[in-house]
Write a protein that binds this ligand. Structure first.
Ligand code: 3XX
Length: 331
């Protein structure tokens, strides 16, 4: 019994009131490909925290399109080495802090996007794991009114929505057209444009089944892309936020001197594309809008998916039919 106790002690490092194991459960892929490359591994090493990082006990994680594209090898040229634990979005509890960490302490409930540059050297050990190590500058305290599922759904999408609006110079009194307003990013662009930036008018597109959602999120006009072509609208917009990949059509409805921002796909001038930079300060800035309920997370009703069903969750997000975010919980 004493030898077992001794081996248990060597297996775990006691930190505060928590026992941090040396190994954890995580989803891993050792090669690029379809969802079949995803493997559930019960013996993945728990990452060590660097000086500026905290170790998070993961409670919930969310999938993003970039997780699927990365696993398919679309960004292999700038990826970190395989094997990969996927997952950008995380919400959980701090269980260990690095020596230089100032903003957080053990027990803090935090959320964030674990990869500062989404496509340039994303972490080898992401959030689809029981623990993940993240730089404190990428995190914020979880909004008090949101549960971990709701918080995990937000970081990459809300930071993308916010950064795109900032980069277009969107401001109070301007009009905006949001392409794919029911998607993970689009559903937040509608809300931020209205509630944070003071849009004069928000028009958004979606499929037939999500038109009511667009109105609930704050769109003044909801366009069913299966029934009408937004590019035929007589109206022009100060900003067009292309969250689907139709930049060639988007530029037809922007005002002279306006801006068209695209997240993916080919870009037609004057449109431009950007890749989100994770930043905890953006989350901290938006927390009051989340805590007041002015901006709400949108979670796809098929979820949350349990940790055992990460492959099914990937298959679902890759149908491009998710409404809002696909979340994994409990972990
Ligand atoms: C999250 C960042 C992304 O950047 C590109 C080009 C995509 O397709 C992403 O998802």
């Amino acid at each position: 019994a004493s030898s077992q106790a001794a081996s248990a002690a060597t297996e775990a490092t006691k930190v505060g009131a928590n026992l941090i194991p040396s190994e954890m459960k995580a989803w891993v892929y050792g090669e690029y490909g379809g969802v079949d490359v995803l493997k559930f591994d019960e013996n993945v090493s728990v990452p060590e925290v660097k000086e500026d990082q905290v170790l998070i006990k993961v409670v919930a994680a969310a999938l993003n399109p970039v997780d699927a594209k990365r696993r398919q090898g679309k960004f292999k040229a700038t990826d970190s080495p395989l094997p990969t634990v996927p997952g950008y979005d995380v919400a959980g509890v701090v269980v260990k802090v690095g020596s230089q960490v100032k903003e957080f302490k053990e027990g803090d409930e935090v959320y964030g996007d674990v990869n500062e540059k989404a496509l340039d050297g994303p972490k080898q050990f992401g959030s689809l794991a029981e623990y993940t190590a993240v730089e404190e500058k990428l995190l914020a305290l979880k909004p008090k009114n949101l549960d971990f599922v709701q918080a995990a759904s937000l970081p990459l999408a809300i930071e993308t929505a916010y950064e795109g609006l900032e980069r277009t110079g969107f401001s109070a009194g301007k009009s905006i057209l949001v392409l794919n307003g029911s998607g993970g990013v689009g559903s937040l662009v509608i809300q931020l444009a209205k509630q944070v930036f003071g849009a004069s008018k928000v028009v958004a597109t979606s499929g037939t089944r999500n038109l009511e959602l667009l109105k609930i999120l704050g769109a003044d006009l909801a366009i069913d892309y299966t029934k009408e072509n937004f590019e035929d609208l007589p109206e022009k917009f100060d900003v067009v936020y292309d969250a689907i990949g139709q930049c060639d059509k988007a530029v037809k409805v922007v005002k002279e001197g306006g801006a068209v921002v695209a997240l993916t796909g080919a870009v037609t001038p004057p449109g431009f594309r950007f890749v989100v930079t994770s930043n905890g300060a953006v989350l901290k800035k938006l927390n009051p809008y989340l805590e007041s309920g002015k901006v709400k997370p949108v979670i796809d009703p098929k979820g949350p998916f349990p940790f055992s069903q990460v492959a099914e969750a990937f298959s679902y997000i890759e149908t491009n039919r998710a409404s809002g975010k696909v979340v994994i919980h409990p972990i």
